[in-house]
Design a protein around this ligand. Structure first.
Ligand SMILES: Nc1ncnc2c1ncn2[C@@H]1O[C@H](COP(=O)(O)OP(=O)(O)OP(=O)(O)O)[C@@H](O)[C@H]1O
Ligand SMILES: [Mg+2]
Length: 276
């Protein structure tokens, strides 16, 4: 389990003023959970994510991964083995000339036995649907394929937790869908714990838990239904609703009311057919 207790962080600006980017943040993430974090630009999401694998060491408060506390540079390698990170730009994450080399690079770094390497590479590429592309160079892949490969390279290290900071924000709708499907399958089939930071509301509706951040504070936390019920509050901090919920509002304005709140495409279909 990941436990974040009263975490605070401030950045020093050039003129020596400081800006507080995390303010008494408390989060529990259970093994096997799919947790999403949303929040307007600058709300502190990336700062929080960087605390989870030792890219930032806590200034105040605690970050505990299973039973290991992130304290200083001495244990960050252990932490990084447990928490895999995927970032926004897939082009910045490749170190190898092909998918195979890219996955191998990470494994070589941790001294993985070379006789088992090919098996692990096939396993990791297979998990993200890239098994047939091992000899491809990254520049001959679509954005979605690149990002899936980046996830594969992280999975090869067998992390216990996967943290993704806006992994779909540079992708087209098809690429976004591919990446989200991979994440949902990893969570459902392999019980991989996933923490997804995103600004696409339609990506969070299947999460177990949604965390909403604003100006360094957690302002809402709950199931997607609980969180998206706070429509006024979400609008006040410049967040949208999922598309299905927006459509529900438009239809309600025409005087047609659904029985339930809808969040997903499936919810929407369920309500719409009953109108006939
Ligand atoms: N290295 C840094 N030095 C100084 N200030 C920083 C640094 N990184 C982030 N900040 C500031 O900290 C605040 C939180 O930034 P952060 O990147 O965590 O937000 P975010 O929620 O990830 O935003 P976005 O949605 O734009 O990715 C912002 O005001 C940002 O300008
Ligand atoms: Mg960010």
């Amino acid at each position: 389990m990941i436990k974040i207790i009263d975490l605070e962080h401030e950045y020093k600006k050039d003129n020596n003023e400081s800006i507080k980017t995390l303010n008494k943040v408390n989060i529990d993430i259970n093994k096997g959970d799919f947790v999403s974090i949303i929040g307007h630009n600058g709300s502190g999401k990336s700062t929080l994510a960087k605390h989870l694998n030792g890219l930032i060491i806590p200034q105040k408060g605690e970050v505990i991964i299973d039973d290991i506390k992130v304290i200083d540079d001495n244990n960050i390698w252990e932490i990084r083995r447990k928490v895999g990170m995927v970032f926004q730009n897939p082009d910045n994450q490749f170190v190898g000339g092909t998918i195979e080399e890219d996955i191998a690079f990470g494994l070589e770094n941790i001294g993985f036995p070379s006789k088992d390497m090919m098996e692990r590479i096939n396993y990791a590429a297979g998990k993200v649907g890239m098994g047939d592309y091992l000899k491809r160079p990254p520049h001959k892949l679509s954005g979605g394929q690149k990002q899936r490969s980046a996830i594969g390279s992280v999975l090869a290290m067998e992390p216990d937790y996967l943290v993704l900071d806006e992994p779909t924000s540079m992708l087209d709708p098809k690429g976004r869908k591919e990446v989200i499907e991979v994440l949902r399958t990893l969570n459902k089939q392999d019980k991989m714990t996933i923490l997804l930071i995103t600004h696409f509301m339609d990506e969070v509706v299947y999460s177990d838990k949604v965390i909403v951040m604003d100006k360094g504070n957690i302002v809402l936390q709950g199931t997607p239904k609980e969180v998206f019920n706070n429509k006024k509050m979400l609008k006040s901090i410049n967040l949208e609703l999922p598309k299905a919920a927006i459509l529900q509002e438009i239809i309600a304005n025409k005087g047609i009311n659904f029985k339930d709140e809808v969040l997903t495409k499936e919810d929407l279909v369920e309500e719409l057919w009953q109108l006939f």
